[in-house]
Ligand binder design. Structure first.
Ligand code: UDP
Length: 199
């Protein structure tokens, strides 16, 4: 599908169905892909950070996270089909994950939040297959012990989809620096989505 270039970022012009298809195909092929949900805060941070820009160049899919980006795309004559934020994606995909039996792992947020989010998702989608969750301690990304521990957890749990909630750009950098090592079909940074779901 054709990319739409806005603010120096190449967006994939996906709606929810397109994204679902991409996720399904990646899982059935056993790929190793990562998705970035771009919001206005990212656009500002990208101007200042070379490493964040590198992550964007490597991302398999970039979707627009926020109505302002979709409005701007229309005003600039390059209309994007849809807003797709982490908090749109995770709850809506929940029911299809349930039917397709995809294995989900939730990583990030403060202690107890990933666990609570997992419990709430199971209440809403009783057959959802959450194979693990972990809220690492603050500053974990500097600790090789913690990073190895997480990668071991992921290799053991073998999820199809990893949701990473560490805020931007930490979550995107963490995925970029580790995804080839842990080898999961889909990884996606979801910001504060686990906090929303945990309530
Ligand atoms: N977070 C985390 N570790 C960090 C920084 C943030 O687990 O070092 C979590 C935070 O608890 C929250 C989520 O990342 O659950 C999103 O954080 P924030 O709202 O600051 O990021 P944004 O969504 O604005 O990018």
């Amino acid at each position: 599908m054709k990319k739409v270039s806005l603010f120096n970022i190449n967006f994939d012009n996906y709606d929810f169905n397109d994204l679902s298809k991409f996720i399904d195909n990646s899982i059935s092929r056993g790929d190793n892909r990562f998705i970035v949900t771009c919001n206005v805060d990212h656009i500002i941070k990208l101007r200042k950070s070379k490493s964040f820009s590198e992550v964007y160049r490597a991302a398999d899919v970039v979707v627009a996270d926020g109505a302002p980006i979709v409005w701007s795309s229309k005003i600039l004559g390059k209309p994007l089909k849809s807003k797709l934020s982490g908090s749109d994606i995770l709850p809506i995909l929940g029911s299809s994950f349930e039917n397709k039996k995809y294995k989900i792992f939730l990583l990030g947020a403060k202690e107890g939040v990933a666990k609570k989010a997992s419990e709430n998702l199971k209440k809403t989608f009783p057959n959802i297959n959450i194979v693990g969750y972990y809220s690492p301690p603050i500053g974990f990304e500097e600790s090789s012990y913690e990073n190895e521990k997480i990668k071991k957890m992921l290799k053991r749990a073998k999820p199809d989809i990893l949701f990473v909630a560490l805020g931007a750009p930490k979550q995107e950098l963490w995925i970029y620096n580790n995804y080839q090592d842990y080898n999961i079909p889909i990884s996606i940074g979801v910001g504060a989505t686990l906090d929303f779901i945990a309530g």
